[in-house]
Design a protein around this ligand. Structure first.
Ligand SMILES: NC(=O)c1ccc[n+]([C@@H]2O[C@H](COP(=O)([O-])OP(=O)(O)OC[C@H]3O[C@@H](n4cnc5c(N)ncnc54)[C@H](O)[C@@H]3O)[C@@H](O)[C@H]2O)c1
Length: 365
């Protein structure tokens, strides 16, 4: 009963097509999704997908197939069921289960990496080294060593790199950015995250904590908005832990800047929201007040003018993020590198149960 109620709610939030594919991704029925998503489109198969879990299934491959038809040539995942069902549904020709196998076949022009967090950098390095364009799902790395290797590779690569930090691509944030001014602002983000079991891979020490897994989106969005508002020289970071035993489940991170910005990011995971993750943003600046409710609706106040927006289907920016290689609307490389450094700083603080630190921006951009 709950399953049907959830499916019905998902249809209202994401539209019937995406809700259906999300359900197929969870249950892994094997049916050719091209017949549902893009029955008449023809496409050359030129994409490889590494990591064929729920996100690759219900978001990356969903939007790629809708746009291009059957375009995925290679699917790689260490889990046989995941990769076999993924390729059966999306029509991949080559199915690989060994991370060391050669996934950069001659026809492959673009690779989407959506595996476990610790493996993103290595896969991306292999693509960049071979001169193949790569889309790296968040986080793009989980350690300083990975960060440095990736930064160097990106700067000298001939191929292009795209990042899966998608909140800046959401319609609500795009509208907010039209009105933002180069002055200090207050930003409050409350993220009701998934309840993650103790043994979930997100919690393995090598995977970079929920700071890399979840909070990174919000750190990146904060950094993006700071840049849109003219940039800052340093950020003071304060972290409040609700429970030092599980330091990354229910925490607030406060960022203040040299010019008086105030950003509060709260990740709370005490109860699973019925529809999955739920996010609220409140943004306030001289002459501008914006409230975003779960990327489904938003209200904007510009001076004395007020208007509301509804977003259906819910728009967290996934479609535009996945489409970066085709639309030319891409994330700025140095901005994402810098937001990643900030994320790593906060991850290290959480690991050390540290409460305060300063993040200097000078020289980082
Ligand atoms: N941008 C977003 O809004 C968003 C939302 C959800 C998930 N994600 C990201 O997508 C990625 C996948 O998350 P998910 O929710 O699909 O998790 P998932 O557990 O459903 O899928 C991960 C898949 O990666 C596979 N895998 C693990 N190690 C591998 C390796 N070394 N090589 C190849 N495959 C490997 C697993 O077998 C699994 O099938 C993560 O980076 C996650 O942070 C992004």
């Amino acid at each position: 009963m709950d399953l049907f109620r959830k499916l019905f709610r998902f249809c209202l939030i994401y539209g019937p097509g995406r809700a259906f594919v999300k359900a197929v991704g969870r249950t892994r029925w094997t049916l050719r999704l091209k017949l549902v998503l893009s029955p008449f489109k023809r496409s050359d198969k030129f994409i490889a997908v590494v990591g064929c879990g729920q996100f690759a299934f219900s978001t990356i491959a969903f939007f790629l197939t809708k746009r291009h038809g059957e375009c995925i040539k290679v699917a790689l995942d260490i889990d046989e069921k995941a990769v076999n069902t993924f390729s059966a549904c999306y029509g991949a020709d080559v199915v690989l289960t060994n991370p060391a196998s050669k996934f950069l076949l001659p026809d492959v022009k673009l690779v989407y990496v959506a595996s476990n967090h610790a493996s993103h950098t290595d896969y991306a390095l292999r693509c960049l080294d071979a001169g193949i364009d790569v889309y790296i799902e968040k986080p793009i790395c989980v350690s300083r060593e990975q960060y440095e290797a990736l930064r160097v590779a990106i700067l000298k690569a001939q191929s292009k790199v795209y990042f899966g930090y998608n909140r800046p691509f959401s319609a609500a944030v795009k509208e907010l950015k039209k009105h933002i001014k180069p002055t200090a602002f207050t930003l409050n983000c409350v993220v009701m995250g998934h309840l993650i079991p103790e043994d979930h891979w997100y919690r393995e020490p090598a995977e970079g904590t929920r700071v890399c897994g979840n909070l990174g989106h919000w750190i990146d969005l904060s950094w993006h908005l700071l840049n849109c508002a003219g940039g800052v020289r340093f950020l003071d970071i304060l972290i409040a832990y609700s429970n030092i035993e599980t330091p990354d489940d229910n925490i607030s991170v406060v960022l203040t800047s040299d010019r008086g910005d105030l950003i509060t990011l709260t990740l709370t995971a005490r109860e699973e929201p019925f529809e999955g993750i739920s996010e609220t943003i409140i943004f306030q600046q001289d002459g501008l007040f914006v409230k975003v409710d779960d990327f489904r609706r938003a209200s904007f106040q510009l001076g004395h003018k007020k208007f509301n927006r509804r977003y259906w289907p819910k728009d967290v920016g996934h479609q535009k993020a996945v489409s970066q290689p085709f639309d030319g609307d891409t994330r700025n490389v140095s901005e994402v590198l810098c937001s990643t450094e900030l994320m790593l700083e906060i991850m290290e603080m959480v690991r050390a149960n540290k409460a305060s630190s300063r993040f200097d921006i000078d020289g980082k951009l």
